[in-house]
Design a protein around this ligand. Structure first.
Ligand SMILES: Nc1ncnc2c1ncn2[C@@H]1O[C@H](COP(=O)(O)OP(=O)(O)OP(=O)(O)O)[C@@H](O)[C@H]1O
Ligand SMILES: [Mg+2]
Length: 289
């Protein structure tokens, strides 16, 4: 253990090197989304990325998960220098992405089936996970019969159930109410502390970023580059409910906010899709208080 109670190893788990991505824009031009993004997430590290809306965070995870090929540069997900297989990577996408034709428990069992886990164990593990995310009694509901927050919880269970080596999470708690959000943050943190999976986490919520992470990367506005990486030197295990009371929390939030604010101001001045109600600042404004 380090002085902060972290078990982060000195081995790389996610390596991005000069990652650059461009998308075709509707007018036939080209839009630079990610530019020279380089960072290394260590084994068992909780690494969070924050940045203005539209700067390329989801694109970064799409590339990291192998769903999207970058225009140039590389992303490697490794364990002891071995490239991870697709089945060892967990990706909780920004939308909940459940199979609508399967019930909650069938959704959670699906990745286990692909991995050849016997039926009895599938049922046991899926039931346990649905319970961990507070969905007891909803096993036989279809996604359309669940609330938005419940669908999100179900998709979290569906990914965590197979205990991936690297977990990519794109704003997994974004749409949840404050109480459910803190409960799930606590659950995820406890599980992560037990298993110590390497995590790349995306959020708009600076309190959440500080509460969960070992390091937080702040991205610039589009094209997204890494503006700074901030160490979160707060002891573990952490108390997500009372983290805001810590003096170190306040100074970290100020530091992160100052880094972000400049990017948000720049986006508001130049961005084509950053109107007063939909722009990046509207989503992060509450962090200022
Ligand atoms: N498949 C695509 N084709 C063309 N452009 C795309 C595509 N996917 C994303 N983009 C563009 O790439 C940019 C970055 O999108 P991305 O979803 O990565 O942003 P983000 O940082 O995750 O934003 P948010 O915080 O709002 O989720 C946006 O300008 C978006 O319009
Ligand atoms: Mg996104």
């Amino acid at each position: 253990m380090t002085e902060h109670g972290s078990l982060v190893a000195d081995k790389p788990a996610v390596i991005t090197g000069n990652l650059t991505h461009r998308f075709q824009s509707p007018d036939g031009g080209v839009m630079d989304i990610l530019q020279d993004v380089s960072f290394t997430v260590r084994e068992r590290e909780f690494f969070t990325v924050v940045g203005p809306s539209g700067c390329g965070k989801s694109t970064l995870l799409n590339v990291a998960s192998g769903l999207l090929r970058p225009s140039s540069g590389e992303v490697r997900l490794v364990k002891n220098d071995r490239e991870l297989e697709q089945q060892e990577i967990g990706y909780i996408t920004q939308d909940s992405n459940l199979f609508p034709w399967l019930t909650a428990i069938q959704n959670v069992m699906a990745p286990l089936e692909i991995r050849g886990v016997p039926k009895r164990e599938r049922v046991e593990r899926a039931t346990e996970w649905l319970s961990l995310v507070g969905l007891d009694g909803f096993e036989d509901h279809y996604p359309r019969q669940l609330s938005g927050g419940m669908q999100k919880r179900c998709s979290i269970a569906r990914t965590l159930v197979y205990e991936p080596e690297v977990l990519l999470m794109d704003e997994p708690f974004g749409a949840l109410d404050a109480i459910t959000k803190s409960t799930l943050q606590k659950t995820v943190l406890e599980l992560w502390e037990k298993r110590q999976t390497s995590v790349v986490f995306i959020t708009h919520d600076l309190t959440e970023a500080i509460a969960l992470s070992d390091r937080v990367a702040v991205m610039t506005g589009r094209p997204g580059r890494i503006r700074a990486i901030v160490d979160i030197d707060i002891e573990r295990p952490r108390d997500v409910y009372n983290i805001t009371d810590l003096p170190s929390f306040k100074s970290l939030r100020r530091e992160l906010w100052q880094l972000l604010e400049t990017e948000l101001e720049a986006g508001l001045e130049t961005g084509p899709d950053t109107g007063p109600d939909t722009g990046p600042k509207s989503e992060l404004k509450s962090e200022e208080q």
